[in-house]
Design a protein around this ligand. Structure first.
Ligand code: ADP
Ligand code: ASP
Ligand code: MG
Length: 405
């Protein structure tokens, strides 16, 4: 079997951990599997590099920041190759550029454009284990572009697709994907498997356990992803497109997200083309808008509310004056200190009663709901950030996720 094995930051946090996961890779090779390894930067290295950059410049050039951040993963790849070599395995560390991963800028938010897998295939043919630095690609001019926080998962899936791997395995500090973040809900349980669409909703709603574009790419190419622990040998969670082992039509997980900001435009004229004029400038500035609520209009005027990541608020505020002016709205207000909780499960929208149960559970936990949105397999409530923890725990209990399926 051909597999991509991806090791996240905690799995390569220090020399001991690197030797431990190198041993895991070596065992797979001895079992006859063909392995390509993808590594993240060690521990919190990426955050440390960002702090270092900010200590020499208040506003580092995005290109130089990417030059710097790419080194975090370079380090892990070289060290992992050395650890494997010390165990008698032939291995070679590769940067994103040496691995043939081409991406398009924006710096800090690159997109993988294509993968030229010849070098990796050559290394595999000559019996070496390629160890690829995650989270990065290069432009055609060979400038480094990082792919967004947590995007080593994306490198792993993209390589899996390009190399036609049988599956992609991502090793983390958790034993798989749980019914909720185990750091927030102590009695969360590991799920045996999940459908791509469920994992994609979870990732998009803020569950950091898998990068959302990685899940999206895996779904498009039907590449199964295993999420498992690099510390202990348990079966993990398989994300795939087939029928699930656990029943459908039920809530599978509760997801929490923090640091959300809300913008409300007041007295927006109810006319054709207004929404486009509000959201086009935001899209051009690459500000991703999440929930959008437009109320029914009274006397041809309405309020329009949307949410964005808190970190984008300053940039959005920079655009709001001119947006208000261009549409003739009567100003805007903003609110921070918001978070969100979502319930996710394939088929929950086709069964009645899930929304009512969610609202009742939140009411009983004394959590006020600010906004509500739904998709076919998800219901999300925006709540005060101080209430996110108790809301997630209340929902986890209300939908019986603390009990065996
Ligand atoms: P990696 O080391 O591969 O980058 P991450 O740290 O990005 O891994 O993701 C693992 C973390 O995701 C866990 O420590 C856990 O707190 C968090 N997490 C959030 N939601 C979930 C969930 N539903 N199941 C498992 N882990 C979750
Ligand atoms: N090192 C990068 C980050 O911390 C990428 C990753 O770990 O996936 O975001
Ligand atoms: Mg991650």
């Amino acid at each position: 079997m051909r597999v991509i094995q991806k090791f996240g930051g905690t799995s390569v946090a220090d020399a001991d951990r690197i030797r431990h996961v190198a041993g895991q890779v070596a065992r797979r090779i001895r079992n006859g599997d063909q392995v390509v390894v993808v590594v993240s930067a060690m521990g919190n290295r990426t955050d440390e590099l960002i702090d270092l950059a900010l200590s020499v410049s208040p506003d580092p050039e995005p290109r130089e920041l990417d030059q710097l951040l790419a080194t975090g993963e370079h380090m892990s790849a070289a060290l992992m190759a050395m650890a494997l070599q010390a165990m008698g395995q032939e291995a070679i560390g590769l940067t994103g550029s040496q691995a043939g991963i081409y991406s398009r800028a924006a710096h800090g938010a690159g997109r993988i454009e294509r993968i030229d897998a010849d070098r990796i295939e050559d290394e595999l043919r000559s019996g070496r284990i390629p160890i690829v630095a995650g989270f990065q690609g290069v432009t055609e001019e060979l400038d480094y572009v990082t792919l967004g926080r947590g995007a080593s998962d994306l490198t792993a899936v993209a390589l899996g697709v390009a190399l036609q791997a049988d599956r992609c395995e991502t090793y983390k500090d958790v034993e798989g994907v749980y019914t909720a973040d185990p750091r927030v809900v102590p009695n969360a349980r590991r799920l045996i498997d999940l459908h791509y669409e469920e994992m994609l909703e979870m990732a998009t709603q803020g569950s950091q356990v898998m990068h959302n574009r990685a899940v999206e790419l895996a779904a498009t190419h039907e590449l199964p992803i295993l999420v498992a622990s690099s510390m202990i040998d348990v079966p993990g969670t398989l994300i795939h497109g087939g029928p699930e082992m656990e029943e459908r039509n039920r809530v599978r997980s509760v997801v929490d997200d923090h640091d959300i900001a809300k913008v409300t435009l007041r007295h927006v004229p109810d006319q054709r083309g207004i929404a486009a004029r509000i959201f086009e400038p935001l899209a051009e500035a690459a500000i991703s808008v999440d929930t959008i609520v437009q109320n029914a209009s009274e006397q041809k005027l309405t309020d329009l509310t949307f949410t964005i990541a808190h970190e984008d608020l300053r940039r959005a505020e920079g655009l709001m004056e001119s947006i208000c002016e261009s549409i003739g709205a009567n100003g805007y207000t903003t609110e921070t200190n918001l978070g969100k909780v979502s319930i996710v499960g394939a088929g929950i929208q086709t069964e009645s009663g899930y929304a009512a149960r969610m609202f009742r559970a939140l009411a009983d936990a004394n959590v006020n709901i600010d906004l509500i949105t739904t998709s076919e397999i998800r219901i999300t409530c925006i709540v005060h950030s101080d209430h996110v923890g108790k809301a997630v725990n209340a929902l986890h209990k209300a939908f019986g996720l603390d009990q065996e399926a």
